[in-house]
Design a protein around this ligand. Structure first.
Ligand SMILES: *Cc1c(COP(=O)(O)O)cnc(C)c1O
Length: 409
C-alpha cells in the first residue's frame, strides 16, 4: 500500500505540523505514528504522555534540563566552518558538532532528558535496549548522573560485537542483560525490554533511543533533540547573518535528523535532506534505506515506513554503520517524505567511508560512520548546487568505529 496525498492535503499537513497540531490527539503525524502496543502497556503510555505534556512545558523542568545540558553535556556544541571541505566541494560548509557532546554523540540529549523525566515520575529503574551500544552508553551515563538504576537489554550477538561499549555501560553502573532469544540482536533486545516493561510498568521507565515507537516517544524524542537545530540556526545567523540553503543529516530511526530539521521546517527557502544507509546497494537486505524503498507497516508500536516483504515479514538490513542499521524509521520522517518537505537520499557504505576519510584529512575531525553518510550526501548535493551554504549535522564521533575502519584499511 502506498500513501498518496494531493498538494492541498500536503500543505494542510505541513501547516498543522508547524502549528504544533501534529502529532494529533491519537499520536498521529498524518497517516503515520499512533500507538500499537499491548493493552497492558496502554496505561503506562498514557501516564508517560501526561507526564511529557506536563514537564516539557514546566519552566522548572526546562531550566533544570538546560543547566544539565550546559554543564554536564557541554552544550551548546560548536558550529564549525569547514574551510577545507568548503574549498574542495565548492560550497560553504558548516558542521554542527554533536560529536563534541558528552559520550560523543547527540544521543545524550535524549537520554538525559528522559532520565530526568524518569526521576520526576518516581520510577525505581530505567530500562533500555541497545544494538550497537551507543544508546546504552548514553543511557547509563544519564542514569548515573540523575541517580537512578539502569538495566540495558542487549542481544548476545551484539554484546560480543560491541565489547568496549558493554564495558563502558558497566563502568557507568548499568546492569547489562544478555538476550539469548530470537535473533539475539537488537530486535530480540527490544522484545525483551518491552516484556520487562509490561511486567512492571509503574516501577520502570522505558527509555527509548530514537524518534520511533508508540506515541508519545516520537514526539518526546524530537522535542529533546530540537536543541540541535535551534542552536545551529542561531549560531549560523551569528556567523553568516543568514539561513543555510540546505540542512543535511543522516537517518537511522531519525532522531538527530528531526532535531536538526525541525526548527527549519517553516523556512521554505531552506531545503532539508535526510541521508539513509545505502549499504552494499539497492538489493533487498543489502541496505537500510527505509524511506527510499520501504512501504508502510507497523513496527515497535508505530505505523511508519518499513522494510518488509509482502507477507509483512521484516527484512534483514545492512549498513557499515550499526546506528543506521534499522528496518524502520520515525513516523514524522514518513510524513515529511510524503508531503515533500524533506528529500531523502542514500549513501552507500563505500561513499560513507570515503566521506569519513575526506573529513578526517581535510578538517581533522573523525566523524562517526553514521554521520559520514550525511557528509557523503552533502558532497553530492554540493556538486549539484555549487556555491551554496550547507549545514551538516555531524551526529557523533568515530572513535567507536575504529575496529571497522582498521579492517577496511
Ligand atoms: C545512533 C546514531 C545515529 C542514528 O540514530 P538517529 O536516531 O537516526 O539519529 C546517528 N549518528 C550517531 C553518531 C549515532 O550514534
Amino acid at each position: 500500500m502506498q500513501v498518496e496525498l494531493s498538494d492541498i492535503e500536503c500543505k494542510a499537513l505541513l501547516t498543522r505540523l508547524l502549528g504544533g497540531k501534529l502529532p494529533d490527539e491519537h499520536g498521529r503525524f498524518g497517516p503515520f505514528g499512533g500507538r500499537y502496543a499491548p493493552e497492558t502497556l496502554m496505561p503506562a503510555l498514557e501516564r508517560l504522555e501526561a507526564g511529557v505534556m506536563k514537564y516539557l512545558t514546566d519552566p522548572e523542568f526546562i531550566a533544570e534540563l538546560g543547566r544539565e545540558l550546559e554543564t554536564w553535556v557541554g552544550r551548546p556544541t560548536p558550529l564549525a566552518h569547514a574551510r577545507s571541505l568548503s574549498a574542495l566541494w565548492g560550497a560553504e560548509v558548516y558542521l554542527k558538532r554533536e560529536d563534541m557532546a558528552h559520550t560523543g554523540a547527540h544521543k545524550i540529549n535524549n537520554a538525559l532528558g528522559q532520565a530526568l523525566l524518569a526521576k520526576k515520575f518516581g520510577a525505581q529503574q530505567v530500562i533500555a535496549e541497545t544494538g550497537a551500544g551507543q544508546h546504552g552508553v548514553a543511557t547509563a551515563a544519564a542514569c548515573a548522573r540523575v541517580g537512578i538504576p539502569c538495566v540495558v537489554y542487549m542481544g548476545a550477538v551484539d554484546i560480543e560485537r560491541q565489547a568496549p561499549n558493554v564495558d563502558r555501560m558497566i563502568q557507568l553502573g548499568a546492569k547489562v542483560v544478555a538476550v539469548e532469544s530470537g535473533d539475539r540482536t537488537l530486535r530480540a533486545a527490544i522484545d525483551e525490554a518491552f516484556r520487562n516493561w509490561v511486567a512492571d510498568p509503574e516501577g520502570s521507565y522505558y527509555l527509548l533511543g530514537s524518534a520511533v515507537g508508540p506515541h508519545p516517544y516520537p514526539y518526546l524524542v524530537r522535542e529533546l533533540q530540537t536543541v540541535i537545530g535551534r542552536e545551529a540556526k542561531k549560531q549560523l545567523a551569528i556567523m553568516t547573518g543568514g539561513l543555510p540553503d540546505v540542512a543535511i543529516a543522516c537517518i537511522g530511526g531519525g532522531s538527530n535528523a528531526i532535531g536538526l530539521f525541525h526548527p527549519f521546517l517553516g523556512d521554505d527557502k531552506v531545503q532539508l535532506v535526510g541521508v539513509e544507509a545505502g549499504g552494499r546497494g539497492p538489493g533487498l537486505g543489502e541496505n537500510s534505506a527505509t524511506l527510499a524503498t520501504g512501504t508502510p507497516g507497523v513496527l515497535h508500536g508505530c505505523y511508519s515506513m518499513l522494510l518488509h516483504d509482502e507477507n509483512g515479514q521484516v527484512q534483514e538490513t545492512h549498513s557499515v554503520s550499526a546506528g543506521l542499521d534499522y528496518p524502520g524509521v520515525g513516523p514524522e520522517h514518513s510524513l515529511l517524505k510524503i508531503i515533500g518537505r524533506v528529500t531523502y537520499i542514500s549513501a552507500t557504505d563505500q561513499e560513507a567511508l570515503a566521506a569519513l576519510q575526506e573529513c578526517c584529512a581535510a578538517e581533522g575531525v573523525l566523524p562517526a560512520l553514521e554521520s559520514a553518510h550525511a557528509l557523503a550526501g552533502a558532497k553530492v548535493w554540493a556538486q549539484e548546487n555549487p556555491g551554496k551554504r550547507i549545514l551538516i549535522g555531524l551526529s557523533g564521533r568515530g572513535d567507536k568505529d575504529m575496529p571497522t575502519l582498521s579492517k577496511q584499511a
